[in-house]
Design a protein around this ligand. Structure first.
Ligand code: AHR
Length: 492
C-alpha cells in the first residue's frame, strides 16, 4: 500500500511552466525532416515548417524551445543562416555525422517556428569558436529597433520589426564540445561575452551560463563564485544513460528488467544532482535569484540499428514515459530553484516527443506524458507526502511510486502518480486535507510490455486513456495503478 497525504492548503511554490521546455538542435533529423521540410515540399507546411508537427506541439503548450544546439551552437555562425537561401553557405556539421548543413533553417525560420508554436525562443550563442562581436551583433540583429547596421540588415532580409528575445545562453557545454575549458577560464569568458549581450529598446535578456555536467560540483562552485552576479540562469546537463559504458548503453526497445531498473535508478539521480548543485548555489545566492536550468535531460540509448550513429535516433517506449514522469515529479519538488528544463530533443533525436519518417509522424509515449502533465504548468506545488514500498531488483531498491500535486489558478487540483515497477500494481490510499473534494477523474498511460512503443504502422499502441481506477469518499482517495503506469487525476 502506498500511503499519501495531500495538504491542499499548503503551497510550496510555483511550478514554472518552462520546466516543460523542449530542445531542437541541428542534429540528425531534428531540424531537417523533423521541423523543416522547406517551402516547396509536398509535405504540408507553413513557410517550410511541417504543419503536422506544429499542430502536435501546440497541443502540448510547449512554453520554450532551445536552439540551435547543443554542441552545434559553438560551431554555428549565425550570419550563415540569413539572407536568400542560394547565398547561404553549405558547411559540414562536424559533431553530428559530418553531414552537409545548408543553413536553410536560420534565425528568421526559428522565430517563425516559435511564433507558430506560440512558444518562447531560447537561443544558445557561440562562445567556443565565435567572437564577442559576433554574439553582440546577433543580439542587435534580433532585438534592436531603429537605425543600426544589424537592424538594417534584418530589414533587408524581410523583417523590419525586432523580435522579442528573453532567453539567451552564453555557450553550451564549454567544459566539453564547447571549447574544453576550465571553469575559471569559462567564468571569465562568460563575464566578458555576457557584457555585450545588450538589452536594446527595453528588451530584457535572461542570460544563461554554461553550467555543470552531471556531478561536476566544482564547476558550479567556481561559476557562482566568480561570475554569479552576472548570471540569471545556470544550466545543468544530465542524461539518463543505462549500461556500463557509452559504447554499450543498450537498445531503446530490446531490454531486460535489469536495464529497466538501471534506467530508473539512474534517472532518479536527478534529485541528488539538483539538491547538491542547489546547495552550492544557495551559499552564493541565498535569495535564489539565479535559476538552475536543466536545458538537456532525457534518456540516451544506442541508436536504432542501421541508422547513422551521428544522428542519435532512438525509439521511445513505456520506459521513456516513466522516465519523463519521474523527472517532472523531481523538477516540481525543486521548483524554488529549477525554473526551466528542456528535454533532449523534440523530434527524431534521443528522448523525442515526436518521430517522423518522410510524410509520416508519430507521437511517442514521452509526448503523452508531456500532454498529461501540462496541467501543472505555472500551477502551485502542493505539499504531498508519499510513503511507498520499494521496487527491488537483485540487491538494490528504489521507490516504487513517485508523485506530485498542484493547484492551478482556477483552483483545480491535479495529482500525478507514477508506478516505476514493471511487474507490480500499486494500491494508493491518499488522505486529502485542507479542502473537501467529492469527484475524481483522470487519464492514464500504461502498457502490457516494458518496451511497448508506437510505430509508423501502429501509432496508437501507447496512448492516453481515461482512467476509472480512482475513487473519492470521505476525504480519502483510493486508486489502483497498474504496473509501469503514469496517471494524472483531477480532484473536484
Ligand atoms: O543532445 C545531444 C548533445 O548532448 C548536445 O549537442 C550536447 O550539448 C550534449 O552533449
Amino acid at each position: 500500500m502506498v500511503k499519501v497525504v495531500l495538504n491542499t492548503d499548503i503551497k510550496k511554490g510555483k511550478i514554472n511552466k518552462n520546466i516543460y521546455g523542449n530542445f531542437a538542435e541541428h542534429l540528425g533529423r531534428c531540424i531537417y525532416g523533423g521541423f523543416w521540410v522547406g517551402k516547396d515540399s509536398e509535405i504540408p507546411n507553413v513557410d517550410g515548417i511541417r504543419k503536422d508537427v506544429i499542430d502536435a506541439l501546440k497541443e502540448l503548450k510547449i512554453p520554450v524551445l532551445r536552439w540551435p544546439g547543443g554542441c552545434f551552437a559553438d560551431e554555428y555562425h549565425w550570419q550563415d543562416g540569413i539572407g536568400p537561401y542560394e547565398t547561404r553557405p553549405r558547411m559540414v556539421n562536424v559533431h553530428w555525422g559530418g553531414t552537409v548543413e545548408n543553413n536553410h533553417f536560420g534565425t528568421h525560420e526559428f522565430f517563425k517556428l516559435c511564433e507558430l508554436l506560440e512558444t518562447e525562443p531560447y537561443i544558445c550563442g557561440n562562445v567556443g569558436s565565435g567572437t564577442v562581436m559576433e554574439m553582440r551583433q546577433w543580439i542587435e540583429y534580433m532585438t534592436f529597433d531603429g537605425e543600426s547596421p544589424m537592424a538594417n540588415l534584418r530589414a533587408e532580409n524581410g523583417r523590419k520589426e525586432p523580435w522579442k528575445l528573453t532567453y539567451f545562453g552564453v555557450g553550451n557545454e564549454n567544459w566539453g564540445c564547447g571549447g574544453n575549458m576550465r571553469p575559471e577560464y569559462y567564468a571569465d569568458l562568460y563575464r566578458r561575452y555576457s557584457s555585450y549581450v545588450r538589452n536594446f529598446n527595453g528588451n530584457s535578456i535572461f542570460k544563461i551560463a554554461c553550467g555543470p555536467n552531471n556531478d561536476d560540483y566544482n564547476w558550479t562552485e567556481v561559476l557562482m563564485k566568480q561570475a554569479g552576479r552576472f548570471i540569471d540562469g545556470l544550466s545543468l546537463h544530465y542524461y539518463t544513460v543505462p549500461g556500463n559504458t557509452w559504447e554499450n548503453k543498450g537498445s531503446a526497445t530490446e531490454f531486460t528488467e535489469k536495464e529497466w531498473f538501471d534506467t530508473m535508478k539512474k534517472t532518479l539521480r536527478m534529485n541528488e544532482l539538483l539538491t547538491r548543485h542547489s546547495d552550492i548555489m544557495d551559499r552564493y545566492d541565498p535569495l535564489k535569484r539565479v535559476a538552475l536550468i536543466v536545458d538537456e535531460w532525457g534518456t540516451w540509448f544506442d541508436v536504432e540499428p542501421g541508422t547513422n550513429p551521428g544522428f542519435l535516433y532512438q525509439q521511445n517506449t513505456m520506459r521513456d514515459a516513466v522516465v519523463a514522469a519521474v523527472n517532472f515529479n523531481i523538477f516540481h519538488e525543486h521548483c524554488d530553484r529549477v525554473r526551466m528544463a528542456n528535454i533532449a530533443q523534440a523530434i527524431n533525436v534521443l528522448q523525442a516527443v515526436i518521430l517522423t519518417e518522410g510524410s509520416k509522424m508519430i507521437l511517442t509515449p514521452t509526448y503523452h506524458v508531456f500532454n498529461m502533465y501540462k496541467v501543472h504548468q505555472d500551477a502551485e506545488l502542493l505539499s504531498l507526502n508519499v510513503e511507498t514500498p520499494e521496487y527491488n531488483y537483485e540487491n538494490e531498491s528504489i521507490p516504487q511510486v513517485t508523485a506530485t500535486a498542484s493547484v492551478d489558478n482556477e483552483g483545480k487540483i491535479h495529482i500525478s502518480l507514477c508506478n516505476l515497477s514493471p511487474l507490480k500494481a500499486a494500491e494508493i490510499k491518499c488522505d486529502i486535507r485542507g479542502s473537501k473534494k467529492t469527484t475524481v477523474k483522470g487519464t492514464i498511460l500504461t502498457a502490457d510490455e516494458m518496451n511497448a512503443h508506437n510505430t509508423f504502422d501502429e501509432a496508437e499502441n501507447v496512448t492516453l486513456k481515461a482512467f476509472d481506477g480512482a475513487v473519492i469518499s470521505e476525504d480519502e482517495l483510493t486508486a489502483s495503478l497498474p504496473p509501469m503506469s503514469v496517471v494524472t487525476l483531477e480532484l473536484i
